[in-house]
Design a protein. Structure first.
Lengths: 178, 234
């Protein structure tokens, strides 16, 4: 049974077996996500189970198209709520959130690029901050891994990552506006 | 399983077991997939993948699914019990009704029995069922009481068998007396019938017993419809 069929079947029957089958493949990834936010092994395990409990009700009501992205967004929100409850406030960059939402939308079709689009990309690259541009080039064009970029640029691993993430987002915005 | 494959990739990535191309591939995928990205970051914070932890989590999930199954079974049994309960309830009601009707029926027949033991000095009537369909308007009981009240023969016992037909006015005519009844009783019967209630039906045959001391009236068995249950004319 495919994920979609499982979702539909569960919504109609409420059979937990089905939901278990649907959920199990994501548990290890979810644990990682929860750990990122909660930073505690026991809390993260509990969160994974609590999220499952929430799904029992939610997935009977909501029609979910893309389970993976839905689950990710839901789980992330769940963890953030947990943090808020624990009065440990976590600030999340709203731009990042928006970008994440968009990321899932256009992962579908890698279109053929025309010459004008490459030109557009080049001109957009010039609008980026120099560190962003450099990291983007190293990563996407030269296909270097983060570690290599760290050694090549002398930047910190987290800096590299955020330059790439933000650069990618800025490029996308620039491309869409031109 | 795709998921376990991802997990081992994450593990290899974090513990530096990947070559540069593999690292780049995963990093690129993670950039497109925030879910994966967050998971990698989480595991990096935890400094690696703990497989035992994850299998415990899997066990918890399995238990959770099982638990709901058993609750559902428990609920199922509750419904079953409920069904049995309601069935028992229905059977109980039916039984009560059955007993009630049985008692009601036996109650009437008991009453009939009491009536059958005819007290002395009471006129008893016995419609012969094969004799026809005639019945007095007001019922046999009332007719008997009428006879009892209005008979003027108190000191003479005997049995009168009489056949008759009912005319369109509800009056009895064409009397044929069976046997050789006592003339006094015969006249008394005719008088009582003449002054008595109207009848319905067409034909009738009646045995009328006038009380005598020696006669055992209890032997006279009357059909239950003589008592309160009126026989309707066809």
């Amino acid at each position: 049974m495919s994920e979609k069929e499982l979702l539909i079947q569960y919504r109609t029957t409420g059979d937990l077996d089905l939901l278990g089958k649907l959920y199990a493949p994501y548990m290890s990834l979810l644990y990682g996500v929860c750990f990122k936010y909660l930073q505690d092994a026991d809390k993260s395990q509990d969160a994974v189970m609590q999220i499952f409990e929430e799904l029992i009700r939610k997935l009977r009501i909501h029609e979910v198209d893309n389970f993976k992205s839905w689950l990710y967004t839901f789980s992330k929100n769940f963890c953030l709520m947990q943090l808020r409850k624990g009065k440990a406030t976590q600030y999340v960059d709203i731009d990042e959130q928006v970008a994440i939402g968009n990321d899932y939308l256009d992962e579908s079709d890698p279109k053929e690029w025309s010459e004008s689009q490459f030109e557009k990309l080049e001109s957009c690259m010039l609008t980026l901050k120099p560190e962003q541009e450099r990291c983007i080039r190293l990563f996407y064009l030269e296909q270097k891994c983060y570690k290599d970029i760290v050694t090549l640029t002398g930047l910190d691993m987290n800096q590299v990552k955020s330059y790439i993430q933000n650069g990618k987002r800025n490029l996308k915005i620039c491309m869409e506006n031109k | 399983m795709e998921n376990n494959y991802q997990l081992s990739r994450i593990q290899n990535y974090i513990s530096g077991l990947m070559n540069k191309e593999e690292m780049f591939q995963l990093e690129k995928e993670a950039l497109e997939d925030p879910f994966l990205q967050d998971a990698i970051e989480g595991y990096r914070m935890q400094k690696g993948v703990d497989v035992r932890q994850l299998s415990l989590l899997q066990q918890r999930l399995n238990r959770r699914v099982e638990q709901t199954k058993s609750t559902r079974n428990a609920q199922f049994y509750t419904w079953q019990r409920l069904a049995i309960g309601s069935a028992a309830g229905v059977i109980f009601v039916v039984l009560i009704a059955f007993i009630y009707f049985r008692n009601f029926t036996s109650h009437t027949s008991r009453t009939t029995e009491v009536e059958l033991i005819n007290p002395e000095n009471k006129i008893a009537i016995e419609p012969v069922l094969t004799g026809g369909d005639a019945s007095p308007i007001g019922g046999w009981n009332e007719f008997e009481q009428y006879l009892q009240k209005n008979t003027q023969v108190k000191d003479l016992g005997g049995k009168v068998v009489v056949e008759f037909s009912v005319d369109k006015n509800g009056k009895l005519t064409n009397f044929i007396f069976g046997g050789q009844p006592n003339e006094t009783l015969k006249k008394e019967v005719l008088r009582l019938i003449e002054q008595g209630p109207k009848w319905q039906g067409n034909q009738g045959k009646l045995i009328i017993l006038f009380p005598i001391d020696e006669y055992n009236f209890s032997q006279v068995i009357k059909p239950p419809h003589c008592f309160g249950i009126e026989e309707q004319a066809n």
